[in-house]
Design a protein around this ligand. Structure first.
Ligand SMILES: *[C@@H]1O[C@H](CO)[C@@H](O)[C@H](O)[C@H]1NC(C)=O
Ligand SMILES: *[C@@H]1O[C@H](CO)[C@@H](O)[C@H](O)[C@H]1NC(C)=O
Ligand SMILES: *[C@@H]1O[C@H](CO)[C@@H](O)[C@H](O)[C@H]1NC(C)=O
Ligand SMILES: *[C@@H]1O[C@H](CO)[C@@H](O)[C@H](O)[C@H]1NC(C)=O
Ligand SMILES: *[C@@H]1O[C@H](CO)[C@@H](O)[C@H](O)[C@H]1NC(C)=O
Ligand SMILES: *[C@@H]1O[C@H](CO)[C@@H](O)[C@H](O)[C@H]1NC(C)=O
Length: 412
């Protein structure tokens, strides 16, 4: 009896050992993100999609099709026409909260929702958002072992991608940087408290400054992008500007002439550009009393969201018929726009947090004192970025119609 048990333990131990060898084999043979360079070296153009706040498979509002699925299908159809090289995320990859690196939400999102032609086998670069960090600030290291196309290094990290004769710099900042400095917004304070992150923001800022200096000294780097989950500038319901980032991060992005900062966190699409990029170092605090809240009615002490004017309380005591609803909001904000800029004159802020989770309103009457709101829409979508040495084009694509609802072109 005893010997049988010893043999069983030995066999299990041996199997465990063999399995760990197998894992090492998978890890070692995995393409490194740096290998991507070889695929791009012959082309003089780079195209990638940006999505954010997307992995929600149980949204509050039941649509005929899961919103993230609508986004994935639109990405697929666009990529089949104009193939993309890769997909980058601005964080909050899986909702609401992972319980392990093997959480079924990850599999469902990566291998079912996005298992579509043109997007499935592209390299994916996943950024950490606050929801990712509620679980762990390094679970991407496990995901990288099990998904051949996922790259999710612990932040901060960077990659410099050669495209033909020039290079593009990508810098990915941590889920914790907004927690450095004086936080005014109690929601952000609470989010920082919940994050399971082992960062030292002082060190991250020191690293960033040295890194941006080096990027600036490389004459081959034409486009300089920073990815950080929380936006610097925003007019989203409840969470607007992130003051800590305006105080500490903005001066660095400005000094080293970063072209675009890509963020999510607000579940909508916004495009802002900081006209103050070249004008002095003044700092302006956002008047957050101006920010809007989503429309709701109170039924029996509970908030019920006004998706459209037909929503009423079950007991008939309360109706959305006289409210400005979600439906009104998304209709109102759709305006086709095309804008052009000259490189180096402004810092461009892309907010693409509308790729699958419950939407946040854009407060169109509010205002971000250090930037202009150029476009805002509270509906599902993604961004498609196409760049050559001489121009950068950022399209905002509305998932449900697959139409380009906004386009910004920055000329060198
Ligand atoms: C997409 O459009 C259809 C038809 O108008 C609508 O029924 C559906 O709710 C929309 N889905 C999303 C995710 O907005
Ligand atoms: C990261 O940036 C540094 C400059 O700070 C550069 O030397 C290095 O090659 C970059 N890393 C990658 C992986 O491209
Ligand atoms: C972060 O690193 C700096 C040195 O770079 C150190 O002075 C500081 O004490 C560290 N903070 C924490 C919370 O560990
Ligand atoms: C902020 O909003 C308050 C209340 O609406 C207003 O009294 C105040 O003048 C505003 N401050 C700025 C700087 O806009
Ligand atoms: C709201 O109710 C009216 C009347 O019953 C109906 O015609 C309309 O389609 C409904 N709208 C929605 C969004 O359900
Ligand atoms: C209905 O609404 C009124 C006014 O808000 C409130 O006084 C009353 O208690 C509500 N009745 C029920 C059944 O909730």
């Amino acid at each position: 009896m005893k010997e049988g048990r010893i043999i069983a333990i030995l066999v299990i131990g041996l199997l465990g050992y063999l399995f760990s060898l197998y894992l090492h084999f998978i890890i070692d043979s995995k393409q490194s993100p740096i290998l991507l360079k070889d695929q791009l070296a012959t082309s003089n153009q780079l195209r990638f999609d940006v999505i954010g706040d997307f992995g929600e498979v149980h949204p509050l509002r039941s649509f005929p099709i899961l919103p993230v699925q609508v986004v994935a299908e639109s990405m697929s159809s666009h990529s089949l026409q104009d193939p993309i090289d890769m997909i980058l995320t601005v964080g909050d990859n899986f909702y609401p909260k992972l319980v392990s690196s093997f959480d079924s939400t990850i599999f469902q999102v990566m291998e079912q929702v996005f298992a579509l032609d043109g997007i499935h086998n592209k390299p994916w670069y996943l950024l950490y958002g606050n929801h990712d960090c509620y679980f762990k600030d390094d679970y991407g290291e496990t995901l990288e072992k099990f998904y051949h196309n996922i790259f999710m290094p612990k932040c901060p990290w960077n990659m410099t991608v050669p495209v033909g004769e020039f290079k593009v710099a990508f810098t990915f900042l941590s889920c914790y940087l907004q927690c450095y400095g004086h936080i005014y917004n109690p929601r952000v304070q609470n989010q920082c408290r919940k994050e399971n992150a082992m960062y030292n923001a002082t060190n991250e800022y020191l690293w960033l400054e040295t890194h941006l200096q080096e990027i600036n000294q490389d004459p081959d780097v034409i486009w300089n992008f920073v990815f950080i989950h929380y936006p610097l500038f925003s007019v989203s319901a409840i969470d607007g500007d992130v003051e800590t980032l305006k105080v500490h991060l903005f001066p660095l992005l400005k000094k080293y002439k970063v072209d675009v900062v890509f963020s999510g966190h607000n579940h909508n699409m916004q495009y802002l550009s900081s006209k103050k990029y070249v004008d002095g170092n003044e700092y302006f605090h956002q008047n957050d009393t101006d920010l809007c809240t989503g429309p709701f009615i109170v039924c029996n002490g509970e908030n019920v969201i006004c998706w459209d004017k037909n929503v009423t309380c079950p007991d008939g005591n309360g109706t959305c018929s006289d409210k400005f609803t979600w439906e009104d909001n998304s209709k109102l904000a759709v305006e086709r726009k095309e804008v052009t800029y000259k490189k180096g004159e402004e810092l461009h802020q892309v907010i693409m947090g509308a790729s699958g989770a419950n939407l946040d309103m854009v407060c169109k009457d509010s205002f971000s004192p250090m930037a202009d709101l150029v476009f805002g829409l509270s509906d599902y979508g993604f961004s498609e970025v196409t760049l050559t040495e001489n121009q950068l084009e950022i399209k905002y694509i509305h998932a449900n119609t697959s139409e380009v609802v906004f386009k910004s072109t920055i000329f060198k």
